[in-house]
Design a protein around this ligand. Structure first.
Ligand code: FE2
Length: 454
């Protein structure tokens, strides 16, 4: 265990406390799944709303199938309930585009399957001992399944956003900008030096977040908040989409072919309007820009005379505590997220205004690193030194390589159980149906770095 990290885990939970925590996380995930799959009618559950997405009813039974595979069969040693349907719900056997053509379970059967699996899992949870195998240690496999379900909830939320028709989801508005938002510095300084990246101690961390290792990061400046719609509108107004100087060759080629001229779900109607879950409103200038591809984020950063942060820079700004020298679980400390600290868990259907959640700020002063929008980094999705695939290669290892870019920090549609400052997400640089935004960075000259000089 890395010494910096030793303080992170704190007191270990008793088996009873762990059982309660797991039951609460599984219940919370299922509440969200139920909301997302009862807010629309049967037709909308079965329909494919975009070739990028599965029908909602596929996600519903896939969640149950993974829960059965990992908890009932692997951990519990139970015999399969419906082995014949396993191949239909194997994400690697069938790409999303072809899932509507499969003989998948209709809504009623998919719900009944999920209900049956969950009932048996709760029985298993009463009896399981947490230890002896890596899958049960600290309840890992249960935590993995709770995270998996909420990750599909996020995917289903993206499907809702792509669905045409009137609003089906409602939520209270996200927090407005706090009083000090207008006086925040545009950027914060992060001193150079080594920090602990990744984790070897976070009990439910996934394989790609492991192991903890030291990374030396030169000093840099980072935007205090994610890039706002107001700032992005300036890029558009300045002809940013029409100037190949700001785009990588691959980005420019994509911009031309796809005809990009604004973020996804924006429409020009005498002013820029954004469609959000079936409701159209003028673009809110104070909100972080949402639904941009890596190519757009990278082009904006070049136009602004800056660059995207590296993944290591992002994580250092979100975790490193210069006071103690150790890495935190979150920007604000080691405590789990609360509604006062970050916009997570689909409590709202938009990101909060830039500068919101002052209580969730990092030691550097950067805000909203967790929640609101996923933030593109400049980095390819690669394994950390000492990485080992676990518990299956298809979680991360098969995706490592230069074709995927890393996103960090989670978005308003990410559940807290699947969000921490070590969590890594990845996607193709053209993708923007995800809840993606970004912030920009610049390298600091050593002589401009006061904390380094002292
Ligand atoms: Fe999945």
């Amino acid at each position: 265990m890395n010494q910096d990290e030793a303080a992170l885990t704190g007191e270990a939970l008793t088996a009873e406390e762990l059982r309660e925590r797991i039951a609460a996380e599984l219940l919370s995930a299922r509440d969200r799944t139920t909301l997302l799959t009862t807010a629309v009618d049967e037709g909308d559950l079965i329909r494919q709303h975009s070739p990028l997405m599965s029908p909602l009813v596929w996600d519903l039974a896939h969640i149950a199938n993974q829960e059965e595979l990992w908890l009932l069969r692997e951990v519990g040693g139970r015999t399969p309930i419906h082995p014949e349907i396993d191949p239909l719900y194997d994400a690697f056997e069938h790409p999303r585009a072809e899932r509507p053509t499969l003989p998948i379970l209709p809504p009623k059967e998919a719900r009944a399957y999920g209900h049956e699996v969950r009932g048996r899992v709760l029985d298993l949870l009463e009896k399981v001992t947490f230890g002896g195998t890596r899958l049960t240690e600290n309840g890992f496999s249960f935590g993995m399944i709770a995270q998996h379900e909420t990750q599909h909830d996020e995917t289903m939320l993206a499907t809702h956003q792509l669905r045409r028709g009137g609003p089906a989801l409602t939520a209270p508005p996200a927090p407005a900008a706090p009083a000090d938002a207008a006086s925040l510095p545009a950027e914060v300084f992060v001193p150079g030096g080594p920090f602990t990246m990744g984790t070897s101690t976070e009990p439910w961390a996934l394989d790609n977040e492991r192991p903890a290792h030291m990374v030396d990061v030169p000093p840099f400046y980072l935007d205090t908040t994610p890039v706002t719609n107001a700032a992005y509108l300036e890029f558009i107004a300045d002809g940013g989409y029409d100037d190949p100087r700001w785009w990588t060759p691959a980005g420019w080629e994509h911009r031309q072919r796809a005809g990009l001229s604004a973020p996804l779900f924006w429409r020009w109607a005498g002013e820029w309007v954004r469609e959000s879950f079936g409701v159209s409103n003028p673009v809110v200038r104070s909100e972080p820009v949402l639904h941009v591809s890596w190519y757009e984020a990278d082009a904006y950063a070049r136009w602004a005379g800056r660059r995207l942060p590296t993944e290591a820079e992002w994580e250092k700004s979100a975790r490193h505590d210069p006071g103690s020298g150790r890495s935190r679980r979150f920007p604000w400390g080691d405590d789990d997220p609360t509604p006062e600290l970050a916009n997570l868990g689909q409590r709202h259907l938009t990101p909060a205004a830039a500068g919101a959640y002052p209580a969730g700020a990092a030691p550097s002063g950067a805000r909203q690193l967790i929640g609101d929008v996923w933030e593109w980094t400049s980095s390819d999705f690669l394994p950390y030194p000492g990485f080992t695939a676990w518990p299956y290669k298809e979680y991360s290892e098969v995706f490592f390589g230069p074709e995927y870019k890393v996103l960090r920090g989670g978005a308003f549609g990410v559940s807290p159980v699947a969000c921490r400052a070590t969590f890594r997400n990845w996607d193709y640089p053209i993708r923007r149906q995800i809840f993606s935004g970004f912030r920009t960075a610049r390298s600091a000259q050593a002589r401009l770095a006061p904390a380094e000089a002292s």
